[in-house]
Design a protein around this ligand. Structure first.
Ligand code: HMS
Length: 249
């Protein structure tokens, strides 16, 4: 654990972290609700930018992230047991019990936050259909308009990597920096998704599993054709910029 204590931070930083803990705790309920996890096999995190560069710690602190504790069942998760980590993946003294360890994927989430500054949320699941594509090491071809809308093309495969250091995070970043996709299927492991915030990353995880299932069945009974690239680009532009309720004020 880092010697840094939550109470060493400014009031505004503590308020932002408290809000993120509530949000991330609530979003974890979406994983079982959308059938994305068996047991505890999934996690959500959110970056918290600290508005004023906090003059704490050896070289200051500009952001932290909040992530679930490892192996705790979803119905026991709440804001008070969401773990707060530095972007190096080190738990700060965050008022959770000293023995409460952050998710086993903390290093991967931290690596993404350090190397993709636009990412505000990260999700990892082992959702069945997406993970079956990962088990084959096969990217999901963009044969659905929903894939063009949300992922801007195919959902790519990332390299096989063992948990425990920066390997998974490095594979996620290398793959997603070469794609518009918000999802990557880590080879023989499962999906990781990103978003501007944690809710967007959860949405990407839900839609990743949805299209993985649909394309699985389409391929079982036919040979679906990939959408032409210029049409993928048009669909992606519309969905990302027009779809839904924009702030028209
Ligand atoms: O697959 C693994 C561990 O091998 C993890 O992604 C999964 O079990 C979730 O772990 P956490 O409960 O977040 O530590």
């Amino acid at each position: 654990m880092n010697a840094l204590h939550l109470k060493d931070l400014s009031a505004s930083a503590q308020e932002a972290i408290a809000a993120a803990r509530e949000t991330v705790a609530g979003l974890h309920a979406e994983l079982p609700r959308n059938d994305l996890v068996a047991w505890t096999a999934g996690n959500v995190s959110a970056r918290v930018e600290l508005a004023d560069h906090e003059e704490v710690g050896p070289d200051g602190l500009s952001a932290v992230f909040v992530i679930k504790p490892s192996g705790v069942s979803y119905d026991e998760l709440n804001a008070s047991n969401m773990v707060v980590c530095t972007l190096d993946g080190v738990k700060i003294d965050d008022d959770t019990s000293i023995g409460l360890s952050p998710s086993s994927d903390t290093a991967a989430h931290a690596y993404v936050y350090r190397h993709m500054s636009h990412v505000g949320g990260v999700v990892h699941t082992h959702s069945s259909y997406a993970t079956s594509w990962a088990a084959r090491g096969e990217s999901i071809p963009c044969v659905l308009t929903m894939m063009a809308d949300e992922f801007g093309g195919d959902i790519p495969i990332g390299p096989f990597a063992l948990i425990g250091d920066d390997s998974i995070g490095r594979g996620i970043v290398q793959t997603l920096q070469a794609s518009r996709s918000k999802a990557v299927l880590m080879d023989r492991h499962g999906p990781f998704t990103i978003g501007a915030d944690a809710k967007e990353a959860v949405k990407a995880a839900v839609l990743c599993e949805e299209v993985a299932r649909t394309v699985h069945f389409a391929r079982a009974y036919g040979n679906p054709e990939r959408i032409a690239q210029h049409q993928i680009d048009a669909l992606y532009a519309r969905y990302q910029n027009v779809y839904g309720q924009k702030d028209n004020t």
